[in-house]
Design a protein around this ligand. Structure first.
Ligand code: FAD
Length: 412
């Protein structure tokens, strides 16, 4: 019986960060009791395939599991699944859940990620309107695909574009509706945005930029399209909303942790302002050395895993500061994008290679120094470019642009 039990480390959130925190604790020979409490019914699984090969049906769910079921048993990590943490009492050191249980903790790791941001307009909750955050979201969406011809994707960020790519390949008529003047506007330089815009169009998707959603149109209780601010309705049997997440931090903030709706604040060891309460992953706002110390949240597997390891080491008595190089990837059609560093605040972009050949890199510079690379079908640049980001190298832009000169020759 696990209800009302006490754990030396209680991890809330059974996603990437939560799983890695438990793994890293055991790797660090932490011998105390560990539980992972998560509101999804599944054992921790990889989220990135949800908008890629799980959505396309190319990867079964079993292959998404971060570790097989036996792993958690063997390492004595208790799984408290299908229950949601509602309240944290930092004085009593307890977490209360939606099924009436209360769990005590010695140390708490908050790894709850975020909930998909919802539209606020009428029709946002109609049948046929989908988010892509959990396995359940994608199973629901996939279940409706056989009766679906036209799909409207609201939001031209990575998740929206990846879903659009899968569905366009599956011969659905896809329309991408993006409020800003270019896709990926918040995360990438303009040449990359224009490249992906063109790729989606070449694959038959209708990409509409600078459009505002007024409401979801309805017929018989189901979504039948997206009505834009200018009155036009884009017909759709299914609407996918990919407009970002809201970090799931309300219980921690209510308990007095520093932060706000944009994330809970953590220090370099992933400690919140509450005693013995850590926060990691998508929900944790931290000062990032690769963004000139700016406080931000990163939504990436790298960040969730590396912060989990930092929190675990602090608990295991071998503390280190978080200083990991950010990296990320996105798969769309036959394009593999790999990103290293953070392009926030760049003041110049060098295109390396030939965009027309569909294998190139964008190198982002700030004050002449390399801060990030976006590499499309250019894994060598991605691998070698990492050293440039770490070193803050300041290569000659003309050499940087020459794809014939390997990046590793430009580190010094
Ligand atoms: P999550 O993995 O989201 O785990 C949080 C868990 O906590 C969830 O199960 C959530 O339901 C649960 N939870 C929330 N609140 C509570 C509560 N109160 N009580 C109990 N449980 C709770 N990153 C990349 O680097 N590359 C990619 O290609 C990429 N593709 C992505 C595609 C999709 C469709 C999505 C959704 C994300 C993608 N990401 C990608 C981002 C990456 O998956 C996240 O950054 C990562 O999962 C963050 O890990 P986390 O542990 O912070 O949160």
């Amino acid at each position: 019986m696990t209800d009302n039990a006490h754990y030396d480390v209680l991890i809330v959130g059974a996603g990437h960060g939560g799983a890695q925190a438990a793994i890293a604790l055991r790797q660090a020979k932490f011998a105390g009791s560990i539980a992972i409490l998560g509101d999804e019914p599944e054992l921790p699984y990889e989220r990135p395939p949800l908008s890629k090969d799980y959505l396309s049906g190319d990867k079964p769910f079993e292959r998404l599991l971060i570790r097989p079921p036996t792993f958690w048993e063997e390492r004595q990590v208790a799984m408290l699944l299908g229950r949601r943490a509602l309240r944290v009492d930092p004085d009593a050191r307890t977490v209360a859940t939606d099924d009436g249980a209360t769990f005590g903790y010695g140390q708490l790791i908050w790894a709850t990620g975020g909930a998909p941001r919802r539209l606020s307009c009428s029709g946002h909750d109609l049948a046929g309107v989908h988010a892509v955050r959990t396995r359940a979201d994608v199973d629901r969406l996939v279940g409706e695909l056989p009766g679906t011809t036209r799909v409207a994707v609201i939001g031209g960020g990575y998740i929206g574009l990846e879903a659009a790519a899968v569905l366009a390949k599956a011969d659905k008529q896809v329309t991408v509706l993006e409020a800003l003047p270019r896709v990926l506007a918040r995360v990438a330089g303009e040449p990359l945005s224009r490249f992906y815009e063109a790729e989606h169009r070449a694959h038959g998707a209708d990409v509409r930029l600078g459009v505002q959603v007024a409401c979801i149109a309805e017929t018989d209780g189901r979504a039948c399209g997206v009505t834009l601010a200018d009155g036009e309705t884009v017909a759709a049997d299914m609407v996918i909303v990919g407009i970002g997440i809201e970090p799931a931090v309300a219980p921690l903030l209510a308990a007095g942790a520093a932060g706000d709706g944009a994330g809970v604040d953590v220090d370099a060891r992933c400690r919140t302002s509450l005693p013995d309460v850590f926060a990691i992953g998508d929900c944790a706002r931290h000062a990032n050395a690769f963004a000139d110390g700016a406080r931000l949240r990163l939504e990436s597997v790298q960040n969730a895993n590396d912060q989990a390891t930092v929190a675990a080491k602090a608990i295991a008595g071998t503390p280190v500061d978080y200083h990991a190089v950010p990296w990320f990837w996105s798969n769309q059609y036959d394009l593999r994008l790999q990103t290293v560093g953070l392009s926030i605040g760049h003041d110049a972009v060098v295109v390396r290679g030939d965009i027309g050949m569909r294998s190139f890199s964008l190198v982002y510079l700030r004050a002449g120094r390399v801060i990030a690379l976006d590499c499309v079908n250019a894994t060598k640049d991605y691998v070698q470019g990492r050293a440039l980001v770490v070193a803050g190298a300041a290569p000659d832009p003309a050499r940087l642009a020459d794809a014939g000169v390997p990046l590793k020759e430009m580190v010094a």
